[in-house]
Design a protein around this ligand. Structure first.
Ligand code: IMP
Ligand code: MG
Length: 174
């Protein structure tokens, strides 16, 4: 049966929450620059909106990490496919992620970035599926906690499709 996207979080709900997150981050970091590191590709839209909701000066950086291949669940194997172009030593760093699921990706990445001696290191994730956690991850900024459903849109994909939907949708076969 064909999979169809059903709206789960509307664009308006997402925008409202991202503005709140940006306000909170701006209050927590009165001085910049904050190095925002978005994880490609899924976080690209969240990064775009969140960075514009932050009033403290930011630097925009990207990293590529793959742990999934073409499937709906983690392979458990993490690989850096694009590293940072800059040093983050002595810098305030916020990792910007689309969704925290098993925690395999972020626990690997946090460990890697910690070795580069940032002044501070926190995580901002738009979505969190706490039911699926295999590795503990401490998150400073969470947009929405969601149940264990596969979601797409607002940057999130299923086999590279649906990233450009403005809403976040559950993919199901009815
Ligand atoms: P983790 O390593 O299991 O925490 O996986 C995090 C990554 O898995 C995210 O950055 C997404 O790329 C992908 N992912 C996890 N759940 C979903 C989902 O529901 N929809 C789309 N991608 C997902
Ligand atoms: Mg993905």
């Amino acid at each position: 049966m064909a999979l169809r996207p059903h709206v789960f979080l509307t664009s308006e709900q997402i925008q409202k929450r991202v503005q709140e997150m940006g306000r909170q981050i701006s209050e927590d970091y009165p001085e910049g620059p904050i190095y925002l590191i978005a994880i490609l590709k899924g976080a690209f839209i969240f990064m775009s909106d969140l960075s514009r909701a932050i009033t403290t000066p930011v630097r925009i950086e990207f990293m590529g990490i793959s742990s999934y291949g073409q499937n709906k669940s983690t392979s458990g194997q993490v690989k850096v496919t694009k590293d940072l172009d800059v040093s983050v030593e002595g810098r305030h760093v916020i990792v910007v992620e689309d969704i925290l699921d098993s925690g395999v990706t972020l626990s690997y990445l946090i460990n890697l970035l910690q070795q580069r001696k940032p002044k501070s290191l926190k995580i901002a994730t738009l979505l969190d599926k706490p039911d699926r956690r295999m590795r503990p991850v401490t998150v400073a900024y969470t947009g929405f906690k969601i149940p264990d459903e596969f979601v797409v849109g607002y940057g999130l994909d299923y086999a590279e499709d649906y990233r450009n939907l403005s809403d976040i949708c559950v993919l199901s076969d009815d």
